[in-house]
Ligand binder design. Structure first.
Ligand SMILES: Cc1cc2nc3c(=O)[nH]c(=O)nc-3n(C[C@H](O)[C@H](O)[C@H](O)COP(=O)(O)O)c2cc1C
Length: 219
């Protein structure tokens, strides 16, 4: 069974009803205004909102590569198997994830400085974290879990600003990593097209119902 989730369902007793309205009305758009682009200030605000996403130990293992140059956008469209809406959007942002805890020195120092961990615990946790993400699979999980949350924040921020955003994994991962010169220990997680809307989107497809997907106590 599926259900159509609408903005009208917003719980009016919510403390932040507009936030819920934003979550429920966000769409992955494909209709962009090709004549309008986002400003530099807006791009920076989107990244600021992405960066406030939660992350494991606040390690913030993400980077954002924005492509706005027309010729380079053409190349991104090609790498994304011809997804033309990227060009119309005017801005493509690759959300990149770290596969190891390379921010750990600085972040665990911040935990200790803030008095949230004593120095010894901070050093121990740093060593454990580095070890935990050493394996290839854990490193990939680390990158994808954390950077995906940042990508969702960015999309919701774009939506709140009246912009359209599309998340995409339909692209050649090796080619995009090479084209954007990613370091060897960082991976492409999500490609986002962001830009002013060009008009209506088709009606949203239904979602699997809560009854179907909510498992209480055990699967
Ligand atoms: C991991 C992931 C990969 C996606 N890849 C693409 C993509 O390559 N191209 C595209 O146009 N949309 C892509 N989408 C968007 C989905 O098609 C869209 O989220 C889904 O149909 C639900 O629509 P809605 O986001 O408007 O509610 C992707 C979404 C996710 C989460």
């Amino acid at each position: 069974m599926s259900e159509q989730i609408t903005v009208q369902d917003v719980a009016h007793d919510a403390e932040f009803p507009e936030l819920i309205e934003g979550i429920r009305s966000r769409r992955s758009g494909h209709n962009y205004d090709p004549d309008e682009d986002i400003s530099d200030e807006t791009l920076e605000e989107l990244i600021r909102d992405a960066a406030i996403a939660p992350s494991s130990y606040n390690l913030q293992p993400w980077e954002f590569v924005a492509v706005q140059d027309d010729e380079r956008l053409d190349e991104v469209v090609d790498i994304a198997y011809g997804q033309e809406h990227i060009r119309d959007a005017g801005t493509a942002i690759l959300v990149v994830g770290h596969t190891n805890a390379k921010t750990a020195d600085r972040v665990f120092e911040e935990w200790a400085e803030a008095g949230r961990m004593d120095e010894e615990t901070a050093q121990q946790t740093k060593a454990q974290t580095a070890e935990m993400y050493e394996g290839d699979a854990m490193g990939r999980d680390y990158a994808i879990r954390n950077a995906s949350l940042a990508a969702q924040n960015l999309m919701l921020s774009a939506h709140a600003r009246g912009l359209t955003a599309t998340p995409m994994i339909g692209f050649d991962q090796e080619r995009i990593a090479e084209f954007l010169d990613l370091p060897d220990d960082e991976i492409p997680v999500m490609l986002l097209a962001v830009g002013p809307s060009g008009g209506d989107e088709p009606e949203r497809l239904p979602r699997r119902s809560v009854d179907e997907i909510l498992h209480r106590e055990t699967y």
